[in-house]
Write a protein that binds this ligand. Sequence first.
Ligand code: NAI
Ligand code: COI
Ligand code: MG
Length: 355
Amino acid sequence: MKIAILPGDGIGPEVTEQARRVLDALDLPKLTIWEGDVGGIAYKRHGHPLPQETLEMARAADAVLFGAVGDPDCDDLPREHRPEQAILGLRSELGLFANLRPAAGYPGLEDMSSLRPEIARGIDLLVVRELNGDVYFGDKGERSSDGGREGWDAMSYNEAEVRRIAHTGFQAAQKRRGRLTSVDKANVLETSRIWRETVIEVAKEYPDVELDHMYVDNAAMQMVRSPGQFDVILTGNLFGDILSDQASACVGSIGLLASASMGERQTDFGTFGLYEPIHGSAPDIAGQGKANPIAAILSLAMLLRHSLGRENEAGRIERAVAKVVASDVRGADLGGTASTSEIGDAVLRQMTALA
Ligand SMILES: NC(=O)C1=CN([C@@H]2O[C@H](COP(=O)(O)OP(=O)(O)OC[C@H]3O[C@@H](n4cnc5c(N)ncnc54)[C@H](O)[C@@H]3O)[C@@H](O)[C@H]2O)C=CC1
Ligand SMILES: CC(C)CC(=O)C(=O)O
Ligand SMILES: [Mg+2]
């Protein structure tokens, strides 16, 4: 089993270090771990945010554990050299079109939700976000116009792209509570009209899944009004990016939500994937020991489950995390004083207790 760890920038290395401690504590046999540069640090060391060597390492692995990229020092670089291009490049080069972002409330954490506790208690949803298309990958540029400089980013989806992510969404709903909400903006966007019609076509293959459609503006409102109504949310790259950050505040903190990015490639142990917290490099708290490493640790659990077939270990990590989250060991994001490494220590202690 080969895991490539790409810590990246800002709090990326801080949270990834705690996930690495958890991985080491599992003492898995026949595991090889590689580490590579990505993002702003890679640009500074190698002149490119996604060096060829890093991409090849990711390709050769069974799974990638990713931290975060983004560095204010790089804000003025041309787009192709900015750190964020590295994660977009990995997602497209590795064919990772399906981004799974689970968001579920934790008993004992309702007080930290941005919602009233009785509303927060009902959250148990999965955002299935398309990851290889939409405005992030469309034609883009800058031109002069009568109104000064004009930027554009083309939004597009074709039927094949929608179909494959729709299958992921329906199959996820079958394994959960059998409900799928497709989120679009079909009242005004051509992209969304194709999206909606294609999802309706695919739905015929999943008669056991209850499908509904929601415009994204309403979905954002419903997410804070009554998030318990959602089971699986199927949506595009941009809307999924935004709604999943919003879901994290409903749960309690962006430092809690993990994600899996999957494609079609099978490994000897499962499906190849890249696993990362949903948050970014958080330059505002980087280097201060304030980052919550739970999202990175839960990303490792997803990696073990989906790419390495290690359900027992994944479950053990998740149970340990639930105990820590329900305890008084909380970071600043959850109103506490525990540092990044103290939260890591607490997870390791719970893992030992559960062994
Ligand atoms: N996949 C990736 O690598 C991503 C990279 N980014 C990049 O990260 C940089 C910062 O972006 P922002 O918009 O500020 O988003 P962000 O997610 O890095 O931070 C948003 C807010 O949440 C807080 N936060 C984030 N993670 C936390 C954690 N684990 N524990 C406690 N608090 C946490 C931050 O301190 C900040 O106040 C930018 O360069 C952005 O492009 C943003 C999102 C994803
Ligand atoms: C750098 C962004 C494209 C990534 C992001 O915000 C995300 O995937 O959540
Ligand atoms: Mg995001």
